[in-house]
Design a protein around this ligand. Structure first.
Ligand SMILES: [Zn+2]
Length: 287
């Protein structure tokens, strides 16, 4: 039997004031990287960022989107993953130069992580932390510490041979109770989670893994959620971007090239608009 992948599990440790999440990805990740020719180290980091974004979007208590961006002065100047509460993911890396680097520091260089949360109904908000830790998982824990002040730990795994990615999260749910006990409970769960071996996370089902790790705890599992690749580009979004171009400039592009083309950076889909499709725009915008 092949293992079911592209699944996210959420669960509560009822007696320990904590929640957990576990995600494993195969197809979603492969579809995100397929249109691109990324070096191995870039691919791995992007995969980790996809898993991390799944875990983050699963902490949302409302409908909306999260974008996690890494930007720095390294060979990968920019990397971003967008995810929504439906667990639809897309991601991209922009290379400033070719690289065979494999670590966060060597890939991104000196830089920041920007996390933007866009509720469907409400104002977006943004948190920024410097990338000062060695791994993406550590940077994310640091983000929760400074911007949300919730003890959170994230573990990320990638297997270059099978192109599988996995991640798990433990987060304290502080309440009015005994702070010291809550911290001890959190550390206890982190210790249990620390025993995950990469070969284990990629070979056993989420349910079996959760049983192995936490069978002595009371774990309440929610319905698992499917994760998928979904680029959010569309003809309408391209048209609204084109409407920002001055009509005279648009005229000269059409005169020169016969049409206007836009290519989505994420999925490399090209949208091509002939003159007649844009005439409405040119007329609407030139008066
Ligand atoms: Zn696209």
């Amino acid at each position: 039997m092949t293992m079911q992948t592209d699944i996210l599990n959420r669960y509560l440790f009822d007696n320990l004031h904590a929640r957990g999440e576990l995600v494993n990805l195969s197809q979603t990740f492969q579809e995100i990287v397929a249109p691109h020719d990324y070096p191995l180290g870039v691919k791995q980091l992007l995969g980790e960022l996809v898993a991390a974004t799944c875990l983050l979007t699963a902490t949302l208590k409302f409908e909306g989107e999260i974008a996690v961006q890494l930007q720095g002065d390294g060979p990968v100047g920019y990397m971003a993953v967008n995810g929504n509460n439906e667990q639809e993911m897309r991601g991209i890396a922009r290379m400033a130069s070719d690289t065979d680097a494999t670590t966060l520091k060597d890939l991104i260089g000196k830089g920041n992580m920007v996390i933007t949360i866009r509720p469907k109904n409400g104002e977006p908000y943004q948190g920024v932390v410097a990338l000062e830790q060695d791994t993406l998982a550590q940077c994310l824990a640091h983000y929760f510490e400074v911007s949300e002040q919730i003890p959170t730990k994230i573990w990320l795994f990638s297997d270059e041979k099978t192109s599988q990615i996995a991640g798990t999260l433990i987060q304290l749910l502080p309440d009015a109770g005994d702070k010291e006990k809550q911290q001890a409970d959190f550390e206890h769960l982190c210790q249990l989670t620390n025993t995950i071996k990469p070969e284990e996370i990629f070979s056993v089902t989420n349910e079996d893994l959760l049983y192995r790790l936490y069978h002595q705890e009371e774990v309440r599992l929610f319905e698992p959620q499917a994760v998928s690749y979904q680029c959010s580009c569309s003809e309408d979004k391209c048209l609204s971007a084109i409407s920002q171009i001055a009509p005279s400039e648009l005229e000269s592009i059409i005169a020169e090239q016969g049409s206007v083309s836009m290519t989505c950076d994420y999925c490399i889909t090209t949208y091509k608009f002939e003159r007649h499709a844009l005439e409405q725009f040119i007329n609407d915008n030139s008066h």
